[in-house]
Structure formats: structure tokens, C-alpha cells
Design a protein around this ligand. Sequence first.
Ligand SMILES: [Ca+2]
Ligand SMILES: [Ca+2]
Ligand SMILES: [Ca+2]
Length: 319
Amino acid sequence: MIRLVQPFFITHRPYPPMSWYRSLALFFIALTLFLRFLTPIAWAQNESSFPPIDSSDIRKLKAYQTSELIQIDGKLDEPVWKKADRSESFVDLITGKPTHLKTHVSVLWDEKNLYIGYRIQEPEVTAKSTKEDDPIYQDNDVEFFIAGQDAYYEFEINAHGTVYDGLFVWQSAYEKSGLSQWPQFDRTKPHVQSQVFNGVGYTKHPRGLRWAFLDWDFSSIKSAVHVDGTLNDPSDKDKGWSVEVAVPWKELAMLDLSKPRDLPPKIGDVWRIDFSRFNQTKDPNNPKDSGGWALSPHGVWDSHIPEVFPQVIIAGPAG
Ligand SMILES: [Ca+2]
Ligand SMILES: [Ca+2]
Ligand SMILES: [Ca+2]
């Protein structure tokens, strides 16, 4: 091939010599290969590095103290919700890029409870599961994870208001925290259901395996949803839905038995809580939409990484 084209170059002196073209061609081939594999390389780095995102990507959210009574009815219409710190809209869980529908979360607290409120833009509000602890993660949902030193709690809810929840205990903390002695987490008892869990898409967490107690229910949590539109009726266009949750502080003690935290918290305390939204339909105009969105990106397809959870900063009353 080179021999055949060589005369052309010889007779056209203004063109650079062949070696120049070869270098240029090799450069473009190398550049193409580099760009082609750039994304998988980044992915591989995320998969193997810990934590899988830069700490500068971890969002912060203020939780203002409230003295107002919050009625858990799914409507965030108490005046204090207007004064609450409203998060930035959620981004793609893997890429950190903006999403085509808005999702915001706000957090408040008082002596008894932590309050979490979501505002979810959704033109077609749909929900399937109606039975508690159904696999809500296969539905359209919003979720939160509350991290403790020994364990973390997962909560998911769909637009029916159906809840799926579970407790994940780090195996390295299971005995020393004393959770192994609690009747509901005592794995020697035949009625206690547990399973080994090692993440979803990120199985290299340095803390390793967890015991998942998925039949366990955080029964003192109160939650409700409100649909601004019509549920499971595609004949119209909905505005979205909202979620309101009250989590009793005292029950969260089980997350930190080996090193107890102040409950209720003190002003200035920082809690690590993940907020996310999962969709069964993806953005038709964005092939990179993973369908999982979160306040802080995780860099990988896995919610179960407490080290990248947003920082919720406990603050006094909103000014
Ligand atoms: Ca309310
Ligand atoms: Ca449960
Ligand atoms: Ca509808």
C-alpha cells in the first residue's frame, strides 16, 4: 500500500513527507483508541478506588431545627418546610450529570424526630407495589440510607406509600456492637432471617461483608406520600409527588452501639445520609441516564457506600 501511494507524494512536493502522514495517522489512531477506552478506564478506576468519587463531590445539606408541628401527610405545606434548606436537584448516581426531572430533598429535626421531605417532579406518577417490603427498588421510588458506625438503615418508598426497609450490619461490627445479642438480629435463632451482602455494583468496600436483615422493620417510622396529579393514569400530565417521613432519633441508637452518638443530636453534629431516586423509565434524550439519581453521585451503581453519603449538618432554627 505504501509503495503504491508513494509516487503521489513524490510528485506533489507541497505535501509533507510520508513519515509525517504516518505519524499523524498513528497519532489519530492512538487518540481514537484513547477516547474509546477512556470511559471504561474511568469506570474501572471508580470500581477499584475507594471511595469511588472525589470527596469534593459530596454534598452538604443543613437540617434546621423546627418547633412547628409537622403532620406526616406527604404534603410539605407546613411553613417550616419553606424555610428548610432545599437541596440541589439530584444528579445521575454514576456520572454526576444533571437529570431531566427535578428531585429535591429537605431535612428538619426536633427533639423527637428527624424529618425528611422530598419534592419529586414526575409527569407520569406510577407505582406498582402495594405490600410492605415488596421489592420497591424495582418500582419508581425515592430512598434514603442513614449511616452509623456499626450499621446503616435503608428506606424506600413508592408513590403508593409502600415501604421497603432493612438494616445492614457490618460483619466486623456485628459481635462487638452487641447487635448480635438483640433478639431480632440474633442469627442463631431460626426465625431471624439474614443474608450476606457485599454491595450491589461495588463489591470492594474495605469494610467488606454485611449482614442484611431485610425482614426487619423500622416500625416507628412514619411516612406518607402526596401525589400532585393522578397515580397510574397516563391520560394526563402530573406535576409529581412528595414524600414526608419522620424518623425517631432514639431508634437510631442501634446504628452506633459501639460508639454512641448524641440522640437527639447537638447543633453542629454531622450525619451521613444518602438520598436517591430510582426510575424504571429513563430519559429518552440521554442514553447515559442510569435511571438512578442521587443528591451526591456515587461514581458506581451502588447506594451502599456510606463514605460518599451527603453530610447532613444539624443546625439551629432557620433564620
Ligand atoms: Ca405535612
Ligand atoms: Ca423491612
Ligand atoms: Ca397521571
